[in-house]
Design a protein around this ligand. Sequence first.
Ligand SMILES: [Zn+2]
Ligand SMILES: [Zn+2]
Length: 111
Amino acid sequence: MENITASEIAGFGVGTLLLCATIAAPRVDSFISASQRSSLGMCRKCGDLKIIACSTCRGVGSVKEGGLIRFSFMDDLYQLLGGDETGVKTIPCTKCGAKGHFRCPNCSKAQ
Ligand SMILES: [Zn+2]
Ligand SMILES: [Zn+2]
């Protein structure tokens, strides 16, 4: 259910990339902080996951057609609760090629 907050923020279309990047990371960051990662010899960027969640689609691989701004928090909440899509179409995310993530630039450089 923690996605509700992320969807709410993204739903307002505020801050766009910076905000989304912050939202996309918490799954890793909630377990291991960046400083802990480096002291453990892990990749600071991805925590040795080798992938980074896409900031545009928030790791889903698809985005709502028409962008994020026109959809309210209630629409997102409704969908998260398993409701109908209320006519909202999703299109493949062009930023990540609908994968939902990128290869970590740090790790792919090292290998
Ligand atoms: Zn990495
Ligand atoms: Zn994406």
